[in-house]
Ligand binder design. Structure first.
Ligand code: NDP
Length: 297
């Protein structure tokens, strides 16, 4: 049996470096411009996974030297109450980034809430105006996980210009924005989804293969072009040996790592990049709002 040949892309280390650069930029913004970037997170309800995410966001925002506010609302909060909270944060000049943790309880229209955030403070990049800005190549706040994917691919490959990129998944939060970013990097981009015919055949064309499907280990080594860069966005909890659960990606790591040139592991690949990119977006948003030239981070 052949051995693993792929370079393991260490997202954890890359994210730590990015957080350090963000922290450095924050120090400079404070001393030279009296500007402290601030992120406000709104959490509605008690979803355990969301609570963990919000806690980590809060901790890492503070560690980077920024202001961080957590606004917790009960699961019974009405849509009007959540919209009022968003408007209050829109009006607060100390808040440069607003993130409403998804999913929201059923009585609340998520789209309406997201589209009520001031687009210039929409650090998740989900507002329809930011999606439009991204699609038309204008400066925009961009969803964090897709930015993380592209930063890792560029770190690995250098210029992505002219490369064949295949994205499996077309969600608004991962698949579509990552495809837009790859297009901006001058890749030739194919977007696949549940109706794609001969998915394996399409994937085998990819110099960069991005899997954002939500199906455990669906992309196997025989779908990977030899030497390709494989970025696995998937986070799936499956039952392992002895009834214990473990995290796996959308890529079958063991078989893909024997064919790929480089590959992100799960955990430790794309996952840690999301919050690091959120901090970066908050700094960029603060600079834009204050009319300060953004640092190169
Ligand atoms: P969605 O469920 O919103 O989208 C999944 C996409 O995959 C859809 O476009 C769907 O196609 C496509 N798909 C589903 N089944 C197949 C199939 N059999 N063949 C081809 N395409 C298929 O998921 P998300 O984009 O939100 O998330 C994707 C994965 O990334 C999940 O595992 C999620 O946990 C993870 N994730 C990780 C993040 C991080 O690292 N921080 C952040 C966000 C997500 P169709 O449109 O036709 O239904």
């Amino acid at each position: 049996m052949s051995e693993q040949t792929a370079t393991v892309i260490d997202g954890k280390a890359f994210a730590a470096g990015l957080r350090e650069r963000v922290g450095g930029a924050v120090t400079t913004l404070k001393s030279e411009h009296n500007l402290t970037p601030g992120l406000a997170v709104v959490l509605v309800g008690e979803d355990p996974a969301s609570q963990v995410y919000v806690r980590n966001k809060n901790k890492q925002t503070l560690e980077a030297g920024m202001n961080s506010w957590e606004h917790r609302m009960p699961a019974t909060a009405s849509e009007d109450e959540v919209l009022a909270m968003v408007r209050q944060l829109n009006d607060d000049p100390a808040v440069h980034g607003i993130l409403v943790q998804l999913p929201l309880p059923d009585q609340i229209d998520s789209e309406k809430v997201i589209n009520t955030i001031n687009p210039d403070k929409d650090v998740d990049g989900f507002h329809v105006i930011n999606a439009g800005r991204l699609a038309t190549g204008q400066d925009s706040l961009v969803p964090c996980t897709p930015v993380g994917c592209v930063l890792l691919a560029k770190d690995q490959l250098g210029s992505l210009s002219g490369l064949e990129a295949v994205v499996v998944g077309r969600s608004n939060i991962v698949g579509k924005p990552v495809a837009q970013l790859l297009l901006q990097e001058h890749c030739t981009v194919t977007i696949c989804h549940s109706r794609t015919r001969d998915l394996g055949e399409v994937c085998r064309r990819a110099d960069i293969l991005i899997a954002a499907v939500g199906r455990p280990e669906m992309v196997t080594g025989d779908w990977v072009k030899p030497g390709a860069c494989v970025i696995d966005v998937g986070i799936n909890r499956i039952e392992g040996e002895g009834g214990k659960t473990r995290l796996v990606g959308d890529v079958d790591y063991a078989s893909a790592a024997k064919v790929a040139g480089s590959i992100t592991p799960v955990p430790g690949g794309v996952g840690p990049m999301t919050i690091a990119c959120l901090l970066r977006s908050t700094v960029l948003a603060a600079c834009a709002q204050a009319g300060v030239t953004a640092p190169d981070i």
